[in-house]
Design a protein around this ligand. Structure first.
Ligand code: ATP
Ligand code: MG
Length: 431
């Protein structure tokens, strides 16, 4: 639209045309106000009934809330207006009338349950706090991309339709691919690894992963956004450094560029300070046991149960890594340490939950093929992958970060569905 002025840019003395949604209609008798909302904010439009053209007043005040309007007029200083300015209109156009009954109230005065909100996400995301989450999400992705670029990475895009899964069969979504069974990819793991052996060496991908998680939980989606990193000639320590840099940069960018959005969310927001502590798995289980929160003591080789992660998170109180996991509970493509009991795998945790899994990868062909067999996977089916390890595959390391979990924990959201526009879960396949 030509000559459109955003509400936030309207200055006293200007003649402007603003376009947006009717947020509120306040009729005080002789005088009435429309509050018009656009992506930058809201502005008051004043109608003085006795002094203004009758048709203009009728059009302006006869409109339903949430209709799209275009308003031309003079901007005046008005200390009593919410933004200290108001528009005295000369022209009001109703561009798209909204029905009088709305499925939810975008002004946020009346709460709607999550399911109603997700069914009507367009209206839901007209609310300041919801809009703020998605503006922050966009800023996080921008900052993450920029940090990856500073780290010397190339952005890649890999297939989401695959012949075989990486992490075993249970979490795979099967599809029909020209009459043959195929699957939605659970992770770009194998593809990003293949690319560290290419001329690119250091890569990242931001894309969807698909997991047929059986249960609805507040931190699992069936389609999530994975932020993946992989680098040739990196070990797991260097991969953790990169992870810390990316996550910290995301927080810093939000602190610097999303002040209004953080205000709209009204949350305590703190950029993580300094290095994330690195605890070994052994220390982690000792500290969990010491909290006394678990009914049964953890022993070496146990995976950390959700309550254990929570207890440890409260104890540590910041982002932290868990390193030196027993090899037997990390995936086969993770490299062992010299002491083969221990893997190079790591998790990066927010006090509330796991955000990242990573490690150095097995790049030695014979060991890799052995790993597939031990995992009960047919190495033949992964020949496209393993054979590249015969032609010069450098040592390499990397990680995968759950994009929605990053946003959820950053903004203190209760449910991961708040961090994705159109969530996919056991009950939800549309919109
Ligand atoms: P969890 O044990 O918490 O289910 P995971 O260990 O199975 O996660 P990984 O395979 O390690 O997950 O994936 C790397 C990261 O991707 C996780 O740390 C998490 O942030 C994110 N992630 C994995 N699965 C999901 C999911 N179903 N929904 C949202 N994020 C996910
Ligand atoms: Mg994991």
């Amino acid at each position: 639209m030509q000559n459109r002025t955003y509400t936030a840019d309207a200055e006293p003395g200007d003649t402007v045309t603003v376009a947006g949604w009717v947020h509120e209609i306040r009729d005080l008798g002789g005088i009435a106000f429309l509050i018009v909302r656009d992506t930058t904010g809201k502005i008051q439009v004043k109608f003085e009934k006795d002094d203004m053209d009758e048709d203009l007043v009728e059009t302006g005040l006869g409109v339903n809330r949430e209709s799209v309007v275009e308003i031309t007029g003079d901007v005046k200083e008005e200390p009593r207006a919410p933004t200290d300015v108001e528009i005295v209109p000369t022209d009001v156009d109703v561009i798209a009338e909204a029905e009088p009954e709305l499925p939810l109230d975008p002004s946020g005065k009346v709460d709607a349950d999550l399911s109603t909100r997700l069914d009507n996400r367009t209206l839901d995301a007209r609310k300041d706090d919801v809009e703020a989450v998605f503006k922050i999400r966009a800023e996080v992705l921008r900052a993450v991309r920029e940090t990856f670029r500073d780290l010397g990475c190339s952005e890649i895009n890999t297939p989401k339709i695959v012949a075989t899964g990486t992490e075993g069969g249970t979490e795979l979504f099967p599809i029909t691919y020209f009459g043959e069974e195929a699957f939605m990819n659970q992770s770009p793991q194998l593809f990003k690894q293949l690319m560290v052996g290419s001329g690119l060496e250091r890569v990242f991908e931001i894309g969807p992963i698909f997991r047929a998680e059986e249960h609805n939980t507040p931190r699992h989606l069936n389609e999530a956004t994975s932020i993946d990193f992989e680098s040739a000639f990196y070990d797991h320590h260097e991969a953790m450094d990169a992870c810390e840099a990316v996550v910290t940069a995301a927080y810093e960018a939000v602190a610097e560029n999303c002040g209004d959005e953080l205000d709209a969310l009204d949350i305590d927001f703190e950029v993580p300070e300094g290095d994330f502590p690195r605890l070994t798995y052994e220390e982690a289980i000792e500290r969990i046991n010491a909290t006394g929160e678990l009914d049964e003591m953890l022993v070496w080789g146990d995976d950390l149960p959700t309550e254990g992660e929570k207890a440890l998170g409260e104890d540590v109180g910041t982002h932290y890594f868990i390193t030196d996991w027993p090899s037997e509970i990390k995936p086969f493509y993770i490299m062992d340490q010299d002491d083969e009991e221990l893997s190079t795998g790591f998790d990066m945790m927010h006090p509330r939950m796991e955000l990242v899994s990573g490690g150095q990868r097995e790049h030695r062909y014979d060991r890799l093929v052995e790993g597939f067999e031990q995992q009960g996977l047919d190495p033949e089916a992964f020949d496209y992958y393993t054979k590249m390890f015969k032609y010069g595959m450098p040592p390499h390391a990397g990680w995968g970060l759950g994009g929605e979990r990053l946003i959820m924990t950053m903004l203190g959201l209760d449910n991961i569905r708040e961090a994705v526009l159109f969530p996919r879960d056991r009950q939800r396949l549309s919109p």
